[in-house]
Design a protein around this ligand. Structure first.
Ligand SMILES: Nc1ncnc2c1ncn2[C@@H]1O[C@H](COP(=O)(O)OP(=O)(O)O)[C@@H](O)[C@H]1O
Ligand SMILES: Cc1cn([C@H]2C[C@H](O)[C@@H](COP(=O)(O)O)O2)c(=O)[nH]c1=O
Ligand SMILES: [Zn+2]
Length: 224
């Protein structure tokens, strides 16, 4: 619960400094508990650049669902073996058990008796993921998807743009630009490769704001 104070209609007298303050207390519910526990189908998408906290936010929501005794299943693409074959792991080493799969169709096979389904690195899945998520949500399952909104060229990545369109709720998270400290919005590839899919970490990628991203592209062109 967050309490916000601002000018409003209720007048409160503060005697010592002989000042009238106009205080209105508004209660803001930053967590909607009913949404978290009631079994109701919906699609939530968490997107952003690399290092923006997508996996952390996904893990946070899934762990809370487990605390609420919801039946939870988490999927990730089998090809993403960076930190672990079986777990979803964040850059800060938070982790949760997961089921690695090769195709989005497998999600339906494992999800019939679940309340909540989490999907990490969704940009690597096939376009069928969009229909799969809709089917799950239509059947009363809460679906939470995390993935890169753009590749290193800033082109919308895999099924993510379509998922953003059909989502009930979209959360865009931001890393910190490693060059200037502003909010980052894109992922710059450091390693020289033009392949769209290149698994990697800090040695290969850095989150940048728009100005620093443009500056990096300019430098790369000049150094060619
Ligand atoms: N430049 C950065 N900005 C923000 N967080 C960073 C940065 N570099 C490393 N991190 C770490 O990355 C964590 C987020 O990791 P993670 O949830 O796996 O991100 P994502 O899934 O979006 O790549 C942060 O909590 C922080 O510890
Ligand atoms: C931008 C970009 C990233 N990748 C890869 C690099 C990482 O292995 C994942 C993203 O992981 P994160 O959890 O979001 O940090 O995707 C890629 O293959 N191609 C790209 O353009
Ligand atoms: Zn910057």
């Amino acid at each position: 619960m967050k309490i916000v104070l601002f000018r409003g209609t209720n007048r409160t007298f503060v005697p010592k400094i002989n000042l009238y303050c106009y205080i209105k207390i508004m209660v803001v519910f930053s967590e909607d508990h009913i949404q978290e526990t009631r079994r109701r189908g919906r699609i939530e998408v968490i997107c952003g650049s690399m290092f923006s906290g997508k996996t952390e936010e996904l893990i946070r929501r899934l762990k809370r669902a487990k605390f609420a005794r919801q039946r939870v299943e988490i999927f990730k693409p089998a090809m993403d073996t960076r930190y672990s074959e079986e777990e979803v792991v964040s850059h800060d080493s938070n982790s949760i058990a997961s089921t690695p799969i090769d195709s989005s169709a497998s999600i339906l096979l494992f999800s019939s008796d679940k309340d909540v389904v989490g999907i990490d690195e969704a940009q690597f899945f096939d376009e069928g993921l969009v229909d799969v998520c809709n089917q799950l949500a239509d059947n009363g399952i809460r679906v939470i998807v995390a993935g890169l909104d753009m590749d290193f060229k800033r082109i919308p990545f895999g099924p993510i743009p379509a998922l953003l369109a059909i989502a009930d709720e979209v959360t865009k998270v931001h890393a910190i630009c490693v060059k200037c400290g502003n909010l980052a919005y894109a992922t710059h590839r450091i390693t020289k490769s033009d392949k769209r899919v290149l698994l990697g970490e800090k040695a290969d990628y850095e989150p940048l704001c728009r100005a620093c991203y443009m500056e990096s592209l300019k430098e790369e062109t000049e150094n060619k």
